[in-house]
Design a protein around this ligand. Structure first.
Ligand code: GAL
Length: 380
Protein backbone atom coordinates (compact mmCIF):
# COMPACT_ATOMS: atom_id res chain seq x y z
CA UNK A 1 0.00 0.00 0.00
CA UNK A 2 2.73 2.39 1.08
CA UNK A 3 4.88 1.51 -1.93
CA UNK A 4 1.90 2.15 -4.26
CA UNK A 5 1.59 5.60 -2.77
CA UNK A 6 5.28 6.31 -3.30
CA UNK A 7 4.99 5.23 -6.95
CA UNK A 8 1.95 7.46 -7.42
CA UNK A 9 3.74 10.46 -5.90
CA UNK A 10 6.80 9.76 -8.07
CA UNK A 11 4.68 9.63 -11.23
CA UNK A 12 2.91 12.84 -10.23
CA UNK A 13 6.24 14.60 -9.65
CA UNK A 14 7.60 13.35 -12.96
CA UNK A 15 4.50 14.53 -14.75
CA UNK A 16 4.70 17.92 -13.08
CA UNK A 17 8.34 18.38 -14.10
CA UNK A 18 7.69 17.24 -17.68
CA UNK A 19 4.72 19.48 -18.16
CA UNK A 20 6.42 22.57 -16.76
CA UNK A 21 6.15 25.06 -19.59
CA UNK A 22 9.41 26.09 -21.20
CA UNK A 23 10.44 29.67 -20.64
CA UNK A 24 9.87 31.82 -23.69
CA UNK A 25 12.03 34.15 -25.76
CA UNK A 26 10.38 37.48 -26.54
CA UNK A 27 12.27 39.22 -29.33
CA UNK A 28 12.51 42.97 -28.88
CA UNK A 29 11.41 42.98 -25.22
CA UNK A 30 13.55 43.83 -22.21
CA UNK A 31 15.47 40.62 -21.38
CA UNK A 32 16.31 40.55 -17.65
CA UNK A 33 19.36 38.65 -16.39
CA UNK A 34 19.51 36.87 -13.00
CA UNK A 35 19.63 40.27 -11.28
CA UNK A 36 16.62 41.59 -13.14
CA UNK A 37 18.80 43.87 -15.29
CA UNK A 38 18.37 44.03 -19.10
CA UNK A 39 21.15 41.93 -20.67
CA UNK A 40 23.98 44.14 -21.87
CA UNK A 41 25.71 42.12 -24.60
CA UNK A 42 25.11 43.82 -27.94
CA UNK A 43 26.61 42.77 -31.28
CA UNK A 44 27.33 39.53 -29.49
CA UNK A 45 27.85 35.86 -30.07
CA UNK A 46 27.63 32.65 -28.07
CA UNK A 47 30.14 29.96 -27.19
CA UNK A 48 28.93 26.60 -25.92
CA UNK A 49 31.45 25.15 -23.49
CA UNK A 50 31.17 22.20 -21.07
CA UNK A 51 27.40 22.18 -20.86
CA UNK A 52 26.79 25.91 -20.76
CA UNK A 53 26.19 28.69 -23.23
CA UNK A 54 28.28 31.84 -22.81
CA UNK A 55 26.95 35.01 -24.39
CA UNK A 56 29.56 37.71 -25.04
CA UNK A 57 28.68 41.15 -26.35
CA UNK A 58 29.35 44.86 -26.22
CA UNK A 59 28.54 46.44 -22.87
CA UNK A 60 26.79 49.69 -23.75
CA UNK A 61 26.11 52.66 -21.51
CA UNK A 62 23.29 55.20 -21.61
CA UNK A 63 22.95 57.82 -24.29
CA UNK A 64 24.75 58.30 -27.59
CA UNK A 65 28.05 58.07 -25.77
CA UNK A 66 27.17 54.43 -25.30
CA UNK A 67 28.08 53.73 -28.89
CA UNK A 68 31.73 53.84 -27.83
CA UNK A 69 33.31 51.35 -25.46
CA UNK A 70 33.57 52.60 -21.87
CA UNK A 71 33.38 49.26 -20.11
CA UNK A 72 34.23 46.32 -22.35
CA UNK A 73 32.82 42.95 -23.31
CA UNK A 74 30.12 41.57 -21.03
CA UNK A 75 29.62 37.84 -20.47
CA UNK A 76 26.50 35.92 -19.38
CA UNK A 77 26.01 32.18 -18.93
CA UNK A 78 22.99 29.95 -19.35
CA UNK A 79 22.04 26.30 -19.57
CA UNK A 80 18.68 26.81 -21.23
CA UNK A 81 19.15 29.93 -23.40
CA UNK A 82 16.43 31.83 -21.56
CA UNK A 83 17.83 32.36 -18.03
CA UNK A 84 21.10 34.28 -18.14
CA UNK A 85 23.50 34.74 -15.25
CA UNK A 86 25.64 37.86 -15.24
CA UNK A 87 29.28 36.69 -15.31
CA UNK A 88 30.67 40.23 -15.38
CA UNK A 89 33.03 41.95 -17.77
CA UNK A 90 35.17 39.43 -19.63
CA UNK A 91 37.40 41.97 -21.37
CA UNK A 92 37.77 45.43 -19.90
CA UNK A 93 38.72 48.50 -21.85
CA UNK A 94 41.76 50.23 -20.35
CA UNK A 95 41.09 53.17 -18.05
CA UNK A 96 43.53 56.03 -17.53
CA UNK A 97 45.88 55.10 -20.35
CA UNK A 98 45.23 56.98 -23.58
CA UNK A 99 48.15 55.13 -25.17
CA UNK A 100 46.35 51.78 -24.99
CA UNK A 101 44.73 50.66 -28.23
CA UNK A 102 41.68 49.66 -26.23
CA UNK A 103 41.54 52.78 -24.11
CA UNK A 104 38.05 53.75 -22.89
CA UNK A 105 36.16 55.62 -25.60
CA UNK A 106 37.51 53.45 -28.41
CA UNK A 107 35.01 51.56 -30.56
CA UNK A 108 35.06 47.87 -29.70
CA UNK A 109 32.35 46.01 -31.56
CA UNK A 110 31.00 42.58 -32.47
CA UNK A 111 33.16 40.56 -30.05
CA UNK A 112 33.17 36.81 -30.70
CA UNK A 113 34.78 34.10 -28.55
CA UNK A 114 36.03 30.68 -29.63
CA UNK A 115 37.87 27.95 -27.75
CA UNK A 116 41.12 26.46 -28.95
CA UNK A 117 41.28 22.83 -27.80
CA UNK A 118 45.03 22.61 -28.56
CA UNK A 119 46.17 25.65 -26.58
CA UNK A 120 43.24 25.39 -24.13
CA UNK A 121 42.77 29.15 -24.48
CA UNK A 122 39.61 31.12 -25.06
CA UNK A 123 40.19 33.62 -27.81
CA UNK A 124 38.14 36.74 -28.40
CA UNK A 125 38.16 38.70 -31.68
CA UNK A 126 36.55 42.09 -32.12
CA UNK A 127 36.34 45.06 -34.47
CA UNK A 128 38.44 47.90 -33.12
CA UNK A 129 38.39 51.57 -34.04
CA UNK A 130 41.03 53.60 -32.25
CA UNK A 131 39.74 56.40 -30.04
CA UNK A 132 39.01 59.62 -31.85
CA UNK A 133 39.77 58.26 -35.31
CA UNK A 134 36.25 57.62 -36.56
CA UNK A 135 36.24 54.44 -38.57
CA UNK A 136 39.67 54.91 -40.17
CA UNK A 137 41.57 52.29 -38.23
CA UNK A 138 39.41 49.32 -39.29
CA UNK A 139 41.38 46.87 -37.20
CA UNK A 140 40.84 43.46 -35.66
CA UNK A 141 41.59 43.03 -31.97
CA UNK A 142 42.49 39.78 -30.24
CA UNK A 143 42.49 38.90 -26.53
CA UNK A 144 42.93 35.58 -24.70
CA UNK A 145 41.94 33.96 -21.44
CA UNK A 146 42.42 30.66 -19.65
CA UNK A 147 38.89 30.89 -18.29
CA UNK A 148 35.77 31.10 -20.34
CA UNK A 149 34.36 34.08 -18.44
CA UNK A 150 37.69 35.92 -18.46
CA UNK A 151 39.48 38.05 -17.57
CA UNK A 152 40.67 38.24 -21.16
CA UNK A 153 44.03 39.81 -21.78
CA UNK A 154 44.44 42.05 -24.82
CA UNK A 155 47.10 40.64 -27.15
CA UNK A 156 47.19 42.86 -30.23
CA UNK A 157 45.25 44.66 -32.92
CA UNK A 158 46.09 44.74 -36.60
CA UNK A 159 44.75 44.85 -40.12
CA UNK A 160 44.48 41.28 -41.36
CA UNK A 161 46.48 39.54 -44.04
CA UNK A 162 49.22 42.14 -44.54
CA UNK A 163 51.45 40.98 -47.40
CA UNK A 164 49.11 38.23 -48.59
CA UNK A 165 46.95 38.16 -51.70
CA UNK A 166 43.59 36.38 -51.55
CA UNK A 167 43.19 33.08 -53.37
CA UNK A 168 41.04 34.83 -55.97
CA UNK A 169 43.25 37.88 -56.51
CA UNK A 170 42.95 39.39 -59.97
CA UNK A 171 45.83 40.63 -62.08
CA UNK A 172 44.87 44.28 -61.79
CA UNK A 173 45.10 44.10 -57.99
CA UNK A 174 48.83 43.60 -58.38
CA UNK A 175 49.39 46.59 -60.64
CA UNK A 176 50.75 49.73 -59.06
CA UNK A 177 47.65 51.19 -57.53
CA UNK A 178 47.55 54.69 -59.00
CA UNK A 179 48.46 53.47 -62.48
CA UNK A 180 45.83 50.78 -62.45
CA UNK A 181 43.13 53.29 -61.62
CA UNK A 182 44.22 55.80 -64.20
CA UNK A 183 45.02 53.44 -67.03
CA UNK A 184 42.27 50.92 -66.60
CA UNK A 185 39.33 53.09 -65.63
CA UNK A 186 40.08 56.70 -66.28
CA UNK A 187 41.91 56.73 -69.56
CA UNK A 188 44.95 58.23 -67.92
CA UNK A 189 43.26 61.57 -67.33
CA UNK A 190 42.39 61.22 -63.69
CA UNK A 191 38.87 60.93 -62.35
CA UNK A 192 37.07 59.21 -59.56
CA UNK A 193 36.16 55.67 -60.52
CA UNK A 194 32.59 54.80 -59.63
CA UNK A 195 33.11 51.10 -59.17
CA UNK A 196 34.77 50.34 -55.82
CA UNK A 197 36.75 47.47 -57.26
CA UNK A 198 38.33 49.89 -59.68
CA UNK A 199 39.80 51.72 -56.70
CA UNK A 200 41.77 48.60 -56.00
CA UNK A 201 41.51 49.04 -52.25
CA UNK A 202 42.84 45.52 -51.91
CA UNK A 203 46.04 46.51 -53.70
CA UNK A 204 46.25 49.75 -51.74
CA UNK A 205 46.10 47.84 -48.45
CA UNK A 206 48.25 44.87 -49.46
CA UNK A 207 51.28 45.92 -47.44
CA UNK A 208 49.63 47.36 -44.36
CA UNK A 209 46.86 44.79 -44.09
CA UNK A 210 43.24 44.76 -45.15
CA UNK A 211 40.52 46.86 -43.54
CA UNK A 212 38.38 44.84 -41.13
CA UNK A 213 35.15 46.28 -39.73
CA UNK A 214 32.02 44.20 -39.01
CA UNK A 215 33.28 40.75 -38.26
CA UNK A 216 32.54 37.27 -37.04
CA UNK A 217 34.26 33.92 -36.46
CA UNK A 218 33.28 30.46 -37.58
CA UNK A 219 34.82 27.17 -36.40
CA UNK A 220 34.37 24.26 -38.78
CA UNK A 221 33.93 20.62 -37.77
CA UNK A 222 37.63 19.96 -38.42
CA UNK A 223 38.63 22.62 -35.89
CA UNK A 224 39.76 25.13 -38.52
CA UNK A 225 38.59 28.61 -37.66
CA UNK A 226 37.71 31.46 -39.99
CA UNK A 227 37.48 35.22 -39.65
CA UNK A 228 34.78 36.84 -41.75
CA UNK A 229 35.08 40.60 -42.05
CA UNK A 230 33.79 43.55 -44.06
CA UNK A 231 36.78 44.91 -45.91
CA UNK A 232 37.84 47.27 -48.68
CA UNK A 233 35.85 50.25 -47.28
CA UNK A 234 33.02 47.79 -46.52
CA UNK A 235 32.56 47.03 -50.23
CA UNK A 236 33.77 43.42 -50.10
CA UNK A 237 33.73 40.60 -47.58
CA UNK A 238 36.83 38.56 -46.78
CA UNK A 239 36.74 35.02 -45.44
CA UNK A 240 40.07 34.30 -43.88
CA UNK A 241 41.46 31.18 -42.24
CA UNK A 242 42.99 31.61 -38.79
CA UNK A 243 46.30 30.16 -37.68
CA UNK A 244 46.07 26.95 -35.64
CA UNK A 245 46.30 28.91 -32.37
CA UNK A 246 43.40 31.14 -33.53
CA UNK A 247 45.43 34.27 -32.72
CA UNK A 248 46.10 35.54 -36.25
CA UNK A 249 44.87 35.42 -39.80
CA UNK A 250 46.85 32.76 -41.65
CA UNK A 251 47.20 34.59 -44.98
CA UNK A 252 44.81 32.18 -46.66
CA UNK A 253 41.68 34.08 -47.65
CA UNK A 254 39.12 34.83 -50.34
CA UNK A 255 37.26 37.97 -51.41
CA UNK A 256 33.52 37.41 -51.71
CA UNK A 257 30.44 39.53 -52.44
CA UNK A 258 32.58 42.14 -54.15
CA UNK A 259 30.85 45.55 -54.21
CA UNK A 260 27.87 44.20 -52.26
CA UNK A 261 28.65 46.19 -49.11
CA UNK A 262 27.75 43.38 -46.74
CA UNK A 263 27.92 43.94 -42.99
CA UNK A 264 27.09 41.92 -39.89
CA UNK A 265 28.16 38.51 -41.27
CA UNK A 266 27.03 35.37 -39.41
CA UNK A 267 28.08 31.97 -40.77
CA UNK A 268 26.69 28.55 -39.96
CA UNK A 269 26.83 25.05 -41.38
CA UNK A 270 23.82 22.88 -42.02
CA UNK A 271 23.65 19.51 -43.76
CA UNK A 272 27.16 19.92 -45.13
CA UNK A 273 26.51 23.35 -46.65
CA UNK A 274 27.77 26.71 -45.44
CA UNK A 275 25.35 29.59 -44.96
CA UNK A 276 25.89 33.24 -44.31
CA UNK A 277 23.35 35.74 -43.09
CA UNK A 278 24.46 39.35 -43.41
CA UNK A 279 23.07 42.85 -43.82
CA UNK A 280 23.37 45.75 -46.18
CA UNK A 281 25.48 48.70 -45.08
CA UNK A 282 23.21 51.38 -43.55
CA UNK A 283 24.81 52.05 -40.17
CA UNK A 284 22.43 51.66 -37.22
CA UNK A 285 19.37 51.75 -39.47
CA UNK A 286 18.03 48.28 -40.21
CA UNK A 287 17.84 46.98 -43.76
CA UNK A 288 16.91 43.79 -45.57
CA UNK A 289 19.05 40.83 -44.56
CA UNK A 290 20.91 38.75 -47.10
CA UNK A 291 21.38 35.04 -47.24
CA UNK A 292 24.04 33.17 -49.17
CA UNK A 293 25.23 29.60 -49.33
CA UNK A 294 28.33 27.74 -50.51
CA UNK A 295 29.58 24.16 -50.73
CA UNK A 296 32.84 25.10 -48.97
CA UNK A 297 33.79 27.91 -46.58
CA UNK A 298 35.74 29.60 -49.34
CA UNK A 299 32.88 29.35 -51.83
CA UNK A 300 31.73 29.70 -54.46
CA UNK A 301 29.14 31.76 -52.59
CA UNK A 302 25.73 32.27 -54.12
CA UNK A 303 23.28 34.82 -52.79
CA UNK A 304 19.75 33.62 -52.09
CA UNK A 305 18.08 36.96 -51.29
CA UNK A 306 16.41 38.11 -48.08
CA UNK A 307 15.73 35.16 -45.76
CA UNK A 308 12.98 37.07 -43.93
CA UNK A 309 9.33 36.67 -44.90
CA UNK A 310 6.19 38.49 -43.83
CA UNK A 311 5.63 41.91 -42.35
CA UNK A 312 8.81 43.94 -41.73
CA UNK A 313 10.90 41.47 -43.68
CA UNK A 314 12.54 44.39 -45.47
CA UNK A 315 14.03 45.64 -42.20
CA UNK A 316 14.87 42.14 -40.89
CA UNK A 317 12.14 42.77 -38.29
CA UNK A 318 14.04 45.90 -37.28
CA UNK A 319 17.27 44.08 -36.58
CA UNK A 320 20.75 43.43 -37.90
CA UNK A 321 22.40 40.02 -37.70
CA UNK A 322 25.14 39.33 -35.19
CA UNK A 323 25.35 35.53 -34.85
CA UNK A 324 23.73 32.24 -35.74
CA UNK A 325 23.61 29.90 -32.78
CA UNK A 326 23.47 26.13 -33.26
CA UNK A 327 21.26 24.76 -30.44
CA UNK A 328 23.14 21.95 -28.73
CA UNK A 329 21.94 18.39 -29.02
CA UNK A 330 19.68 19.08 -31.97
CA UNK A 331 20.44 18.46 -35.62
CA UNK A 332 18.62 21.24 -37.40
CA UNK A 333 18.15 23.83 -34.72
CA UNK A 334 19.65 27.26 -35.28
CA UNK A 335 18.79 30.59 -33.77
CA UNK A 336 19.17 33.87 -35.64
CA UNK A 337 20.56 36.47 -33.23
CA UNK A 338 20.16 40.09 -34.26
CA UNK A 339 20.43 43.50 -32.68
CA UNK A 340 17.72 46.12 -32.68
CA UNK A 341 20.01 49.10 -32.22
CA UNK A 342 18.95 52.19 -30.29
CA UNK A 343 21.87 54.52 -31.04
CA UNK A 344 20.36 57.50 -29.14
CA UNK A 345 20.38 55.39 -25.98
CA UNK A 346 22.74 52.55 -26.77
CA UNK A 347 22.11 50.57 -23.56
CA UNK A 348 18.46 50.09 -24.52
CA UNK A 349 19.29 48.00 -27.62
CA UNK A 350 17.10 44.90 -27.89
CA UNK A 351 17.78 41.36 -28.99
CA UNK A 352 15.91 39.79 -31.85
CA UNK A 353 16.26 36.03 -31.59
CA UNK A 354 14.26 33.92 -34.02
CA UNK A 355 14.34 30.24 -34.91
CA UNK A 356 15.76 29.57 -38.35
CA UNK A 357 13.35 27.45 -40.33
CA UNK A 358 14.10 25.51 -43.51
CA UNK A 359 11.72 25.33 -46.47
CA UNK A 360 11.03 22.21 -48.54
CA UNK A 361 14.19 22.88 -50.56
CA UNK A 362 16.26 23.14 -47.42
CA UNK A 363 16.65 26.92 -47.74
CA UNK A 364 16.70 28.80 -44.41
CA UNK A 365 14.12 31.49 -43.70
CA UNK A 366 13.02 33.69 -40.84
CA UNK A 367 9.51 34.60 -39.74
CA UNK A 368 8.54 37.00 -36.99
CA UNK A 369 7.49 35.39 -33.71
CA UNK A 370 6.62 37.68 -30.83
CA UNK A 371 7.12 34.89 -28.30
CA UNK A 372 8.49 31.38 -28.72
CA UNK A 373 10.30 28.59 -26.91
CA UNK A 374 12.75 25.89 -27.85
CA UNK A 375 9.97 23.40 -28.53
CA UNK A 376 9.64 25.01 -31.99
CA UNK A 377 12.60 22.87 -32.96
CA UNK A 378 10.74 19.66 -32.11
CA UNK A 379 8.38 20.36 -34.98
CA UNK A 380 11.12 20.84 -37.57
C1 GAL B 1 26.66 49.17 -38.43
C2 GAL B 1 27.52 48.06 -37.89
C3 GAL B 1 27.57 48.21 -36.40
C4 GAL B 1 28.14 49.58 -36.09
C5 GAL B 1 27.34 50.64 -36.78
C6 GAL B 1 27.94 52.01 -36.57
O1 GAL B 1 26.52 49.09 -39.80
O2 GAL B 1 26.97 46.83 -38.25
O3 GAL B 1 28.32 47.17 -35.84
O4 GAL B 1 29.46 49.62 -36.53
O5 GAL B 1 27.25 50.40 -38.15
O6 GAL B 1 27.31 52.97 -37.39
Amino acid sequence: MKSNLIILVAIALLFASCSKPLKTIKPGEIWPDNNGVHINAHGGGILFHEGKYYWFGEHKIEGEKGNQAWVGVHCYSSKNLTDWKDEGIALEVVKDNPESQITEGCVLERPKVIYNAETKKFVIWFHLELKGQGSDASRSGVAVSNNVTGPFEFVKSFRPNAGFWPQNVQDFHKLPVADSILAKYCGGKGCLPNHPDSLNILGRDFEGGQMARDQNLFVDDDGKAYHIYSSEENSTTHISQLTDDYLSDAGNFVRVFSDRYMEAPAMFKHAGKYYLIASDCTGWTPNAARLAWAPTVFGPWVELGNPCIGENADSTFYSQSTFVLPVQGKENAFIYMGDRWTPKNAIDGRYIWLPIKFNENGIPYLEWMAEWDLSVFEKM
